[in-house]
Design a protein around this ligand. Structure first.
Ligand SMILES: [Zn+2]
Length: 118
């Protein structure tokens, strides 16, 4: 059983969630308690205050934002910002251009040690 929200359920949140296959794959690899914590963080923080996160500036992760939860990091972009700052190419998220102002794109999740040298 998937712990992720269905599209219908996610509509109740201010920000709409778009996820990459990479995120789905990384999420499935996490232990169940970690999945639950991450899911909660996505719902309670990322969907509500996506800008309350760290804008990454390293060459590797430029264009993305990082939301921290314990030792885990969720890498994502706010589609509106992504388009505004012309980061669509580096984020490789063409769909951002057709997204609304309240869309987020979640790229991946993982332990900080793995995420930052992936
Ligand atoms: Zn984007």
């Amino acid at each position: 059983m998937s712990a992720m929200l269905s599209t219908k359920e996610s509509l109740q949140f201010p920000y709409k969630c778009n996820k990459t296959d990479e995120f789905e794959k990384a999420f499935r690899k996490l232990d169940t308690p970690v999945q639950k914590t991450i899911q909660k963080t996505i719902e309670e923080v990322l969907f509500r205050q996506p800008y309350a996160s760290k804008k990454l500036i390293s060459a590797e992760h430029k264009g993305k934002r990082s939301l921290r939860k314990g030792d885990y990091r969720i890498l994502f972009a706010v589609c509106e910002e992504c388009v505004k700052l012309r980061e669509v190419d580096i984020n490789r998220c063409k769909s951002c251009q057709s997204h609304g102002t309240n869309d987020v794109m979640i790229f991946t999740v993982g332990h900080r040690k793995k995420i930052y040298d992936a």
